[in-house]
Design a protein around this ligand. Sequence first.
Ligand SMILES: Cc1cc2nc3c(=O)[nH]c(=O)nc-3n(C[C@H](O)[C@H](O)[C@H](O)COP(=O)(O)OP(=O)(O)OC[C@H]3O[C@@H](n4cnc5c(N)ncnc54)[C@H](O)[C@@H]3O)c2cc1C
Length: 495
Amino acid sequence: MSYKLPDDKDLDAMIGIVGKEYATNNKAITASYLSKSVMGLESQIPDIVVRPKYIEEIRKILLYCSAEKIAVSPISAGLSGGFACPTIKPAGVMLDLGRMNRIIEVDTENRYVVVEPGVTIGELWAYMHKNYPEWAPPVPDGAPPASTVMGDAIDRGFSLYTSSVGPQGDNFMCGEIVFPNGDIVRTGSWALPFAKPFYKYGLGPDIWSFLMGSQGTLGVMTKVAVKIYPHPKFKTVVVWGMSNPEDMQNLTLEIGKQEFGIAHNTVMVQGGNYPLVMTRWPKDKVPHDYEFYEQLGISKWWMNWECWAQTQEELDYVVNRINKMAEDFKKNRAKDPDSIKPQELHPKQIASRLKKPNKIAVPYAFWEAGFLFITFYTPWNECAHFAEMYTAAMEKYGFPPVMWIASIERCRQAICMPIICFDSSKQSDLEKVQDMNRETTEYALKQGWLNYRPDPYIHAPLTYSQAGMYWKYLRMMKKTFDPNMIMHPGRLALP
Ligand SMILES: Cc1cc2nc3c(=O)[nH]c(=O)nc-3n(C[C@H](O)[C@H](O)[C@H](O)COP(=O)(O)OP(=O)(O)OC[C@H]3O[C@@H](n4cnc5c(N)ncnc54)[C@H](O)[C@@H]3O)c2cc1C
Protein backbone atom coordinates (compact mmCIF):
# COMPACT_ATOMS: atom_id res chain seq x y z
CA MET A 1 0.00 0.00 0.00
CA SER A 2 1.45 3.39 -0.88
CA TYR A 3 0.38 6.85 0.16
CA LYS A 4 0.90 10.35 -1.18
CA LEU A 5 3.35 12.72 0.49
CA PRO A 6 1.18 15.82 0.98
CA ASP A 7 2.50 18.85 -0.92
CA ASP A 8 1.78 22.59 -0.80
CA LYS A 9 -1.37 22.13 -2.86
CA ASP A 10 -2.68 19.69 -0.24
CA LEU A 11 -1.81 22.09 2.57
CA ASP A 12 -3.70 24.82 0.71
CA ALA A 13 -6.70 22.50 0.44
CA MET A 14 -6.60 21.90 4.22
CA ILE A 15 -6.29 25.65 4.85
CA GLY A 16 -9.26 26.14 2.55
CA ILE A 17 -11.30 23.84 4.80
CA VAL A 18 -10.29 24.91 8.33
CA GLY A 19 -8.63 28.33 7.87
CA LYS A 20 -4.97 29.26 7.86
CA GLU A 21 -4.54 29.27 11.63
CA TYR A 22 -5.59 25.65 11.88
CA ALA A 23 -3.54 23.80 9.24
CA THR A 24 0.23 23.77 9.14
CA ASN A 25 3.29 21.87 7.97
CA ASN A 26 5.58 23.88 10.26
CA LYS A 27 8.23 21.38 11.43
CA ALA A 28 8.32 22.68 14.99
CA ILE A 29 4.58 22.08 15.33
CA THR A 30 4.35 18.77 13.49
CA ALA A 31 7.35 17.41 15.47
CA SER A 32 5.73 18.39 18.78
CA TYR A 33 3.15 15.63 18.25
CA LEU A 34 5.76 12.86 18.22
CA SER A 35 5.64 10.56 21.23
CA LYS A 36 7.68 7.42 21.86
CA SER A 37 6.81 6.39 25.38
CA VAL A 38 3.92 5.62 27.75
CA MET A 39 2.00 3.11 25.59
CA GLY A 40 3.85 2.82 22.30
CA LEU A 41 7.28 3.30 20.84
CA GLU A 42 6.33 3.33 17.17
CA SER A 43 5.42 6.74 15.82
CA GLN A 44 6.26 9.15 13.02
CA ILE A 45 6.03 12.92 12.67
CA PRO A 46 2.94 13.92 10.66
CA ASP A 47 3.47 15.95 7.47
CA ILE A 48 0.53 18.28 8.12
CA VAL A 49 -1.44 18.98 11.29
CA VAL A 50 -5.07 20.03 10.78
CA ARG A 51 -7.29 21.19 13.65
CA PRO A 52 -10.96 21.12 12.64
CA LYS A 53 -13.77 22.52 14.77
CA TYR A 54 -16.88 21.24 12.97
CA ILE A 55 -18.09 17.91 11.63
CA GLU A 56 -18.52 19.39 8.18
CA GLU A 57 -14.80 20.22 8.14
CA ILE A 58 -13.96 16.63 9.08
CA ARG A 59 -16.16 15.33 6.26
CA LYS A 60 -14.37 17.52 3.74
CA ILE A 61 -10.91 16.56 5.02
CA LEU A 62 -11.70 12.85 4.84
CA LEU A 63 -13.23 13.12 1.38
CA TYR A 64 -10.19 15.04 0.15
CA CYS A 65 -7.65 12.67 1.70
CA SER A 66 -9.55 9.62 0.39
CA ALA A 67 -9.47 11.01 -3.12
CA GLU A 68 -5.77 11.96 -2.87
CA LYS A 69 -4.72 8.80 -0.97
CA ILE A 70 -3.27 10.73 1.96
CA ALA A 71 -3.04 8.91 5.30
CA VAL A 72 -5.05 10.40 8.20
CA SER A 73 -4.30 9.86 11.91
CA PRO A 74 -6.96 11.11 14.35
CA ILE A 75 -5.86 12.37 17.74
CA SER A 76 -7.96 13.58 20.65
CA ALA A 77 -5.17 14.57 23.07
CA GLY A 78 -2.33 12.18 22.21
CA LEU A 79 -1.80 10.94 25.77
CA SER A 80 -1.99 7.32 24.74
CA GLY A 81 1.71 7.72 23.99
CA GLY A 82 2.57 7.15 20.37
CA PHE A 83 -0.74 5.41 19.63
CA ALA A 84 -2.35 8.44 18.02
CA CYS A 85 0.73 9.19 15.87
CA PRO A 86 1.21 7.90 12.32
CA THR A 87 3.22 4.70 11.90
CA ILE A 88 4.24 5.14 8.26
CA LYS A 89 6.14 7.43 5.91
CA PRO A 90 4.77 9.53 4.28
CA ALA A 91 2.88 10.12 7.49
CA GLY A 92 0.15 12.33 5.99
CA VAL A 93 -2.35 14.39 7.92
CA MET A 94 -2.76 14.38 11.66
CA LEU A 95 -6.32 15.34 12.54
CA ASP A 96 -6.08 17.05 15.93
CA LEU A 97 -9.60 17.14 17.41
CA GLY A 98 -8.68 19.24 20.45
CA ARG A 99 -10.77 22.22 19.28
CA MET A 100 -13.95 20.13 19.37
CA ASN A 101 -14.26 20.55 23.10
CA ARG A 102 -17.91 21.05 23.98
CA ILE A 103 -19.73 19.32 26.82
CA ILE A 104 -23.03 19.19 24.99
CA GLU A 105 -25.52 17.68 27.40
CA VAL A 106 -25.81 16.34 30.94
CA ASP A 107 -28.85 14.16 31.66
CA THR A 108 -28.93 13.06 35.29
CA GLU A 109 -32.19 11.13 34.98
CA ASN A 110 -30.93 8.91 32.18
CA ARG A 111 -27.40 9.21 33.60
CA TYR A 112 -25.21 10.21 30.68
CA VAL A 113 -23.23 13.16 29.36
CA VAL A 114 -22.56 13.93 25.70
CA VAL A 115 -19.08 15.19 24.85
CA GLU A 116 -16.96 16.00 21.83
CA PRO A 117 -13.52 14.42 21.28
CA GLY A 118 -11.47 17.32 22.67
CA VAL A 119 -13.14 17.32 26.12
CA THR A 120 -10.37 16.41 28.53
CA ILE A 121 -10.89 14.33 31.62
CA GLY A 122 -9.75 17.26 33.77
CA GLU A 123 -12.34 19.55 32.15
CA LEU A 124 -15.19 17.06 32.46
CA TRP A 125 -14.28 16.22 36.04
CA ALA A 126 -14.12 19.90 37.03
CA TYR A 127 -17.36 20.70 35.18
CA MET A 128 -19.27 17.91 36.93
CA HIS A 129 -17.69 18.72 40.29
CA LYS A 130 -18.88 22.33 39.97
CA ASN A 131 -22.29 21.83 38.38
CA TYR A 132 -23.35 18.27 39.22
CA PRO A 133 -21.33 17.26 42.33
CA GLU A 134 -23.65 14.29 42.92
CA TRP A 135 -22.43 12.65 39.71
CA ALA A 136 -19.05 11.23 38.65
CA PRO A 137 -18.06 10.83 34.98
CA PRO A 138 -15.97 7.77 34.00
CA VAL A 139 -12.54 9.40 33.86
CA PRO A 140 -9.56 7.04 33.69
CA ASP A 141 -8.22 6.66 37.22
CA GLY A 142 -4.57 7.50 36.67
CA ALA A 143 -4.47 9.27 33.31
CA PRO A 144 -3.25 12.86 33.03
CA PRO A 145 -6.00 15.53 33.24
CA ALA A 146 -5.13 16.58 29.66
CA SER A 147 -6.12 13.20 28.19
CA THR A 148 -9.64 12.87 26.84
CA VAL A 149 -12.76 10.90 27.58
CA MET A 150 -13.14 10.03 23.89
CA GLY A 151 -9.56 8.74 23.52
CA ASP A 152 -10.06 6.49 26.50
CA ALA A 153 -13.38 5.21 25.13
CA ILE A 154 -11.84 4.18 21.84
CA ASP A 155 -8.91 2.60 23.66
CA ARG A 156 -11.33 0.72 25.98
CA GLY A 157 -9.37 1.85 29.02
CA PHE A 158 -10.40 1.59 32.64
CA SER A 159 -12.14 4.20 34.77
CA LEU A 160 -12.14 5.26 38.40
CA TYR A 161 -14.93 2.75 39.17
CA THR A 162 -13.89 0.05 36.72
CA SER A 163 -13.97 -2.78 39.28
CA SER A 164 -17.61 -2.08 39.99
CA VAL A 165 -18.94 -1.25 36.51
CA GLY A 166 -16.59 -2.89 34.00
CA PRO A 167 -14.17 -1.76 31.29
CA GLN A 168 -14.35 1.76 29.89
CA GLY A 169 -15.86 0.49 26.64
CA ASP A 170 -18.94 -0.55 28.66
CA ASN A 171 -19.43 3.02 29.87
CA PHE A 172 -20.07 4.38 26.41
CA MET A 173 -23.62 4.39 25.17
CA CYS A 174 -23.82 5.80 21.66
CA GLY A 175 -21.47 7.57 19.30
CA GLU A 176 -21.36 9.68 16.18
CA ILE A 177 -18.73 8.89 13.58
CA VAL A 178 -17.64 10.31 10.24
CA PHE A 179 -16.50 7.65 7.80
CA PRO A 180 -13.95 8.41 5.06
CA ASN A 181 -16.70 8.49 2.40
CA GLY A 182 -18.17 11.49 4.22
CA ASP A 183 -21.13 9.67 5.78
CA ILE A 184 -22.06 10.63 9.33
CA VAL A 185 -23.41 7.64 11.25
CA ARG A 186 -24.96 7.58 14.71
CA THR A 187 -24.88 4.31 16.63
CA GLY A 188 -27.19 2.64 19.14
CA SER A 189 -30.54 4.28 19.91
CA TRP A 190 -29.04 7.54 18.53
CA ALA A 191 -29.52 6.16 15.01
CA LEU A 192 -33.16 7.25 15.33
CA PRO A 193 -33.42 11.02 14.93
CA PHE A 194 -35.52 11.66 18.05
CA ALA A 195 -34.07 9.00 20.37
CA LYS A 196 -31.90 9.76 23.36
CA PRO A 197 -28.57 7.92 23.63
CA PHE A 198 -30.07 5.58 26.23
CA TYR A 199 -29.45 2.15 24.68
CA LYS A 200 -26.11 1.27 23.10
CA TYR A 201 -27.33 -1.87 21.30
CA GLY A 202 -29.98 0.31 19.67
CA LEU A 203 -31.38 -0.78 16.37
CA GLY A 204 -28.92 -3.66 16.19
CA PRO A 205 -26.64 -5.22 15.19
CA ASP A 206 -24.41 -3.01 17.29
CA ILE A 207 -21.90 -0.94 15.26
CA TRP A 208 -20.45 1.03 18.18
CA SER A 209 -18.81 -1.99 19.81
CA PHE A 210 -17.03 -2.69 16.55
CA LEU A 211 -15.41 0.74 16.75
CA MET A 212 -14.11 0.11 20.28
CA GLY A 213 -10.39 -0.59 20.08
CA SER A 214 -10.23 0.60 16.46
CA GLN A 215 -7.33 3.01 17.22
CA GLY A 216 -8.55 5.47 14.59
CA THR A 217 -8.41 2.92 11.76
CA LEU A 218 -12.10 3.05 10.75
CA GLY A 219 -13.33 6.62 10.98
CA VAL A 220 -13.43 9.75 13.14
CA MET A 221 -15.62 9.84 16.23
CA THR A 222 -17.16 13.25 16.74
CA LYS A 223 -19.53 12.75 19.68
CA VAL A 224 -20.05 10.23 22.41
CA ALA A 225 -22.60 9.68 25.15
CA VAL A 226 -20.92 8.50 28.33
CA LYS A 227 -22.56 6.96 31.40
CA ILE A 228 -22.28 8.84 34.69
CA TYR A 229 -22.62 7.30 38.14
CA PRO A 230 -23.57 8.68 41.56
CA HIS A 231 -20.68 10.22 43.45
CA PRO A 232 -21.35 9.39 47.10
CA LYS A 233 -19.58 11.21 49.93
CA PHE A 234 -18.60 8.19 52.01
CA LYS A 235 -15.33 6.77 50.76
CA THR A 236 -12.19 5.09 51.98
CA VAL A 237 -9.36 2.81 50.91
CA VAL A 238 -8.69 -0.58 52.55
CA VAL A 239 -5.29 -2.20 51.98
CA TRP A 240 -4.03 -5.69 52.72
CA GLY A 241 -0.39 -6.67 52.23
CA MET A 242 1.07 -10.07 51.45
CA SER A 243 4.32 -11.63 50.28
CA ASN A 244 3.29 -13.11 46.93
CA PRO A 245 0.99 -12.57 43.96
CA GLU A 246 -1.02 -15.80 44.49
CA ASP A 247 -2.31 -14.66 47.87
CA MET A 248 -3.08 -11.26 46.33
CA GLN A 249 -4.98 -12.89 43.48
CA ASN A 250 -6.92 -15.40 45.55
CA LEU A 251 -8.02 -13.09 48.37
CA THR A 252 -9.12 -10.44 45.86
CA LEU A 253 -11.07 -13.00 43.84
CA GLU A 254 -12.96 -14.17 46.92
CA ILE A 255 -14.13 -10.61 47.55
CA GLY A 256 -14.87 -9.84 43.87
CA LYS A 257 -16.88 -13.04 43.48
CA GLN A 258 -19.39 -11.78 46.03
CA GLU A 259 -20.69 -9.66 43.13
CA PHE A 260 -23.62 -8.08 45.01
CA GLY A 261 -23.21 -6.03 48.14
CA ILE A 262 -19.57 -5.34 48.95
CA ALA A 263 -18.09 -6.07 45.53
CA HIS A 264 -20.20 -3.36 43.89
CA ASN A 265 -18.97 -0.89 46.52
CA THR A 266 -15.33 -1.59 45.71
CA VAL A 267 -14.97 0.81 42.80
CA MET A 268 -11.22 0.57 42.18
CA VAL A 269 -9.41 -2.58 43.23
CA GLN A 270 -5.77 -2.34 42.35
CA GLY A 271 -2.45 -3.53 43.67
CA GLY A 272 1.01 -4.67 42.82
CA ASN A 273 4.49 -5.00 44.20
CA TYR A 274 6.93 -2.78 46.09
CA PRO A 275 8.94 -1.68 42.98
CA LEU A 276 5.81 0.33 42.13
CA VAL A 277 6.82 2.60 45.01
CA MET A 278 10.55 2.49 44.30
CA THR A 279 10.39 3.54 40.64
CA ARG A 280 8.37 6.69 41.27
CA TRP A 281 11.68 8.30 42.33
CA PRO A 282 14.91 8.92 40.39
CA LYS A 283 16.95 5.70 40.20
CA ASP A 284 20.04 7.14 41.92
CA LYS A 285 18.13 8.74 44.80
CA VAL A 286 16.41 5.76 46.47
CA PRO A 287 17.53 2.38 47.88
CA HIS A 288 16.69 -0.61 45.70
CA ASP A 289 16.73 -3.36 48.35
CA TYR A 290 13.42 -4.60 49.74
CA GLU A 291 14.56 -4.28 53.39
CA PHE A 292 14.33 -0.49 53.12
CA TYR A 293 10.69 -0.70 52.01
CA GLU A 294 9.91 -3.37 54.59
CA GLN A 295 11.03 -0.99 57.34
CA LEU A 296 8.56 1.56 55.96
CA GLY A 297 5.81 -1.04 56.45
CA ILE A 298 5.39 -1.79 52.74
CA SER A 299 4.59 -5.43 51.97
CA LYS A 300 6.17 -7.15 48.96
CA TRP A 301 2.73 -7.29 47.37
CA TRP A 302 -0.56 -5.60 48.28
CA MET A 303 -4.10 -4.92 47.19
CA ASN A 304 -6.11 -1.68 47.65
CA TRP A 305 -9.89 -1.64 47.75
CA GLU A 306 -11.28 1.84 47.16
CA CYS A 307 -14.80 1.77 48.61
CA TRP A 308 -17.67 4.15 47.90
CA ALA A 309 -20.94 4.06 49.86
CA GLN A 310 -24.07 6.15 50.26
CA THR A 311 -23.95 6.19 54.08
CA GLN A 312 -21.31 5.76 56.81
CA GLU A 313 -23.17 2.65 57.97
CA GLU A 314 -22.90 1.11 54.51
CA LEU A 315 -19.20 2.02 54.28
CA ASP A 316 -18.48 0.49 57.71
CA TYR A 317 -20.26 -2.68 56.63
CA VAL A 318 -18.17 -2.95 53.46
CA VAL A 319 -14.87 -2.32 55.24
CA ASN A 320 -15.71 -4.83 58.00
CA ARG A 321 -16.70 -7.49 55.49
CA ILE A 322 -13.46 -7.05 53.51
CA ASN A 323 -11.42 -7.25 56.71
CA LYS A 324 -13.31 -10.33 57.95
CA MET A 325 -12.86 -12.09 54.62
CA ALA A 326 -9.15 -11.26 54.64
CA GLU A 327 -8.77 -12.65 58.19
CA ASP A 328 -10.61 -15.80 57.19
CA PHE A 329 -8.44 -16.21 54.08
CA LYS A 330 -5.30 -15.71 56.18
CA LYS A 331 -6.37 -18.32 58.71
CA ASN A 332 -7.63 -20.98 56.34
CA ARG A 333 -6.35 -20.76 52.78
CA ALA A 334 -3.35 -18.46 52.36
CA LYS A 335 -0.07 -19.70 50.93
CA ASP A 336 1.93 -17.49 53.31
CA PRO A 337 -0.47 -16.64 56.17
CA ASP A 338 2.09 -14.79 58.31
CA SER A 339 2.72 -12.23 55.60
CA ILE A 340 -0.95 -11.28 55.27
CA LYS A 341 -1.64 -8.11 57.20
CA PRO A 342 -3.73 -4.96 56.99
CA GLN A 343 -1.85 -1.81 56.03
CA GLU A 344 -2.85 1.35 57.81
CA LEU A 345 -2.86 4.35 55.50
CA HIS A 346 -2.31 7.89 56.75
CA PRO A 347 -5.45 10.01 56.16
CA LYS A 348 -3.38 12.10 53.71
CA GLN A 349 -2.51 8.94 51.76
CA ILE A 350 -6.21 8.08 51.59
CA ALA A 351 -7.13 11.62 50.54
CA SER A 352 -4.48 11.61 47.83
CA ARG A 353 -5.68 8.23 46.56
CA LEU A 354 -9.28 9.45 46.44
CA LYS A 355 -8.41 12.59 44.49
CA LYS A 356 -9.25 12.34 40.77
CA PRO A 357 -7.69 12.46 38.25
CA ASN A 358 -4.97 11.27 40.63
CA LYS A 359 -1.89 11.62 38.37
CA ILE A 360 -0.49 8.63 40.24
CA ALA A 361 1.23 7.15 37.19
CA VAL A 362 2.97 10.30 36.00
CA PRO A 363 6.14 10.00 38.19
CA TYR A 364 7.33 6.75 36.58
CA ALA A 365 9.25 8.94 34.14
CA PHE A 366 11.49 9.99 37.08
CA TRP A 367 13.31 6.63 37.37
CA GLU A 368 15.07 7.13 34.05
CA ALA A 369 14.14 9.04 30.93
CA GLY A 370 11.01 7.11 29.92
CA PHE A 371 8.44 4.47 30.74
CA LEU A 372 6.15 2.16 28.87
CA PHE A 373 2.86 0.65 30.05
CA ILE A 374 2.27 -2.74 28.43
CA THR A 375 -1.31 -3.71 29.12
CA PHE A 376 -2.60 -7.28 29.08
CA TYR A 377 -5.98 -8.69 29.99
CA THR A 378 -6.07 -12.10 31.69
CA PRO A 379 -8.79 -13.99 33.54
CA TRP A 380 -8.41 -12.80 37.14
CA ASN A 381 -7.34 -16.19 38.47
CA GLU A 382 -4.36 -16.18 36.09
CA CYS A 383 -2.98 -12.74 37.03
CA ALA A 384 -0.50 -14.19 39.56
CA HIS A 385 0.93 -16.45 36.86
CA PHE A 386 1.21 -13.41 34.57
CA ALA A 387 2.92 -11.39 37.30
CA GLU A 388 5.48 -14.09 38.01
CA MET A 389 6.27 -14.58 34.34
CA TYR A 390 6.57 -10.86 33.60
CA THR A 391 8.56 -9.81 36.66
CA ALA A 392 11.07 -12.61 35.88
CA ALA A 393 11.35 -11.31 32.30
CA MET A 394 11.91 -7.73 33.48
CA GLU A 395 14.69 -8.87 35.80
CA LYS A 396 16.26 -10.96 33.04
CA TYR A 397 16.38 -7.89 30.77
CA GLY A 398 17.70 -5.61 33.53
CA PHE A 399 14.53 -3.57 34.19
CA PRO A 400 13.03 -3.08 37.66
CA PRO A 401 10.16 -5.62 38.01
CA VAL A 402 7.30 -3.13 38.36
CA MET A 403 3.87 -4.78 38.24
CA TRP A 404 0.46 -3.14 38.61
CA ILE A 405 -2.74 -5.20 38.52
CA ALA A 406 -6.37 -4.04 38.71
CA SER A 407 -9.70 -5.79 38.78
CA ILE A 408 -12.14 -5.14 35.98
CA GLU A 409 -15.80 -5.86 36.70
CA ARG A 410 -15.44 -7.54 40.06
CA CYS A 411 -12.51 -9.74 39.04
CA ARG A 412 -14.03 -11.02 35.82
CA GLN A 413 -10.83 -9.80 34.16
CA ALA A 414 -7.47 -8.59 35.41
CA ILE A 415 -5.71 -5.75 33.71
CA CYS A 416 -2.05 -6.59 34.22
CA MET A 417 0.29 -3.73 33.54
CA PRO A 418 4.03 -4.13 33.73
CA ILE A 419 5.54 -0.63 33.81
CA ILE A 420 8.83 -0.69 31.96
CA CYS A 421 11.05 2.07 33.37
CA PHE A 422 13.92 2.61 30.95
CA ASP A 423 16.19 5.20 29.40
CA SER A 424 14.38 6.25 26.24
CA SER A 425 17.40 8.28 25.13
CA LYS A 426 19.41 5.04 24.65
CA GLN A 427 18.80 3.05 21.45
CA SER A 428 20.06 -0.10 23.22
CA ASP A 429 17.34 0.28 25.88
CA LEU A 430 14.65 0.68 23.22
CA GLU A 431 15.85 -2.54 21.59
CA LYS A 432 15.90 -4.35 24.93
CA VAL A 433 12.32 -3.26 25.63
CA GLN A 434 11.16 -4.60 22.28
CA ASP A 435 13.06 -7.90 22.67
CA MET A 436 11.38 -8.43 26.02
CA ASN A 437 8.02 -7.31 24.63
CA ARG A 438 8.25 -9.92 21.85
CA GLU A 439 9.35 -12.76 24.15
CA THR A 440 6.64 -12.07 26.73
CA THR A 441 3.91 -11.56 24.10
CA GLU A 442 4.72 -14.94 22.52
CA TYR A 443 4.45 -16.56 25.94
CA ALA A 444 1.29 -14.66 26.88
CA LEU A 445 -0.57 -15.54 23.68
CA LYS A 446 0.12 -19.23 24.32
CA GLN A 447 -1.65 -18.82 27.66
CA GLY A 448 -4.60 -17.09 25.95
CA TRP A 449 -3.81 -13.67 27.45
CA LEU A 450 -4.31 -10.67 25.24
CA ASN A 451 -3.02 -7.20 24.79
CA TYR A 452 -5.94 -4.78 24.81
CA ARG A 453 -3.94 -1.87 23.35
CA PRO A 454 -1.97 -3.85 20.77
CA ASP A 455 1.08 -2.09 19.37
CA PRO A 456 1.57 -2.29 15.58
CA TYR A 457 4.77 -4.30 15.23
CA ILE A 458 4.67 -6.92 17.99
CA HIS A 459 1.27 -7.32 19.66
CA ALA A 460 -1.08 -6.85 16.70
CA PRO A 461 0.76 -9.08 14.17
CA LEU A 462 1.46 -11.83 16.71
CA THR A 463 -2.12 -11.75 17.98
CA TYR A 464 -3.94 -11.63 14.65
CA SER A 465 -1.69 -14.30 13.15
CA GLN A 466 -3.24 -16.65 15.71
CA ALA A 467 -6.78 -15.54 14.94
CA GLY A 468 -6.94 -15.91 11.15
CA MET A 469 -10.69 -15.94 10.74
CA TYR A 470 -11.13 -12.92 13.01
CA TRP A 471 -8.45 -11.09 11.00
CA LYS A 472 -10.19 -11.95 7.72
CA TYR A 473 -13.44 -10.36 8.92
CA LEU A 474 -11.64 -7.37 10.44
CA ARG A 475 -10.06 -6.64 7.05
CA MET A 476 -13.41 -7.04 5.30
CA MET A 477 -15.00 -4.53 7.67
CA LYS A 478 -12.05 -2.16 7.24
CA LYS A 479 -12.56 -2.27 3.46
CA THR A 480 -16.26 -1.51 3.92
CA PHE A 481 -15.71 1.50 6.19
CA ASP A 482 -12.49 2.79 4.64
CA PRO A 483 -12.12 1.47 1.06
CA ASN A 484 -9.09 3.65 0.26
CA MET A 485 -7.39 2.58 3.50
CA ILE A 486 -6.53 6.12 4.56
CA MET A 487 -7.38 5.83 8.24
CA HIS A 488 -4.36 5.41 10.49
CA PRO A 489 -2.46 2.93 8.30
CA GLY A 490 -0.31 0.44 10.17
CA ARG A 491 -2.27 0.56 13.44
CA LEU A 492 -3.69 -2.86 14.38
CA ALA A 493 -1.39 -4.20 11.63
CA LEU A 494 -4.02 -3.09 9.09
CA PRO A 495 -2.80 -1.56 5.86
C1 LIG B 1 0.59 8.67 33.02
C2 LIG B 1 -0.56 8.03 32.31
C3 LIG B 1 -1.51 7.32 33.04
C4 LIG B 1 -2.59 6.72 32.40
N1 LIG B 1 -3.52 6.08 33.16
C5 LIG B 1 -4.61 5.55 32.56
C6 LIG B 1 -5.66 4.96 33.33
O1 LIG B 1 -5.64 4.98 34.57
N2 LIG B 1 -6.70 4.40 32.68
C7 LIG B 1 -6.76 4.40 31.31
O2 LIG B 1 -7.71 3.86 30.78
N3 LIG B 1 -5.81 4.97 30.56
C8 LIG B 1 -4.75 5.56 31.15
N4 LIG B 1 -3.79 6.17 30.38
C9 LIG B 1 -3.90 6.12 28.91
C10 LIG B 1 -4.50 7.33 28.21
O3 LIG B 1 -4.20 8.54 28.82
C11 LIG B 1 -5.98 7.28 28.15
O4 LIG B 1 -6.40 6.13 27.47
C12 LIG B 1 -6.49 8.54 27.49
O5 LIG B 1 -7.76 8.84 27.93
C13 LIG B 1 -6.39 8.54 26.01
O6 LIG B 1 -6.98 9.75 25.54
P1 LIG B 1 -6.25 10.63 24.49
O7 LIG B 1 -7.17 11.73 24.13
O8 LIG B 1 -4.93 11.04 24.95
O9 LIG B 1 -6.19 9.60 23.28
P2 LIG B 1 -5.32 9.70 21.97
O10 LIG B 1 -3.90 9.41 22.30
O11 LIG B 1 -5.58 10.98 21.27
O12 LIG B 1 -5.97 8.53 21.10
C14 LIG B 1 -6.06 7.19 21.51
C15 LIG B 1 -6.34 6.32 20.27
O13 LIG B 1 -7.64 6.60 19.75
C16 LIG B 1 -7.56 7.17 18.42
N5 LIG B 1 -8.45 8.32 18.42
C17 LIG B 1 -8.40 9.39 19.27
N6 LIG B 1 -9.43 10.20 19.06
C18 LIG B 1 -10.16 9.67 18.05
C19 LIG B 1 -11.37 10.05 17.40
N7 LIG B 1 -12.05 11.13 17.78
N8 LIG B 1 -11.84 9.26 16.41
C20 LIG B 1 -11.19 8.12 16.05
N9 LIG B 1 -10.05 7.70 16.64
C21 LIG B 1 -9.54 8.47 17.63
C22 LIG B 1 -6.11 7.58 18.23
O14 LIG B 1 -5.75 7.50 16.86
C23 LIG B 1 -5.38 6.57 19.11
O15 LIG B 1 -5.18 5.36 18.42
C24 LIG B 1 -2.70 6.81 30.99
C25 LIG B 1 -1.77 7.52 30.26
C26 LIG B 1 -0.72 8.15 30.91
C27 LIG B 1 0.24 8.96 30.10
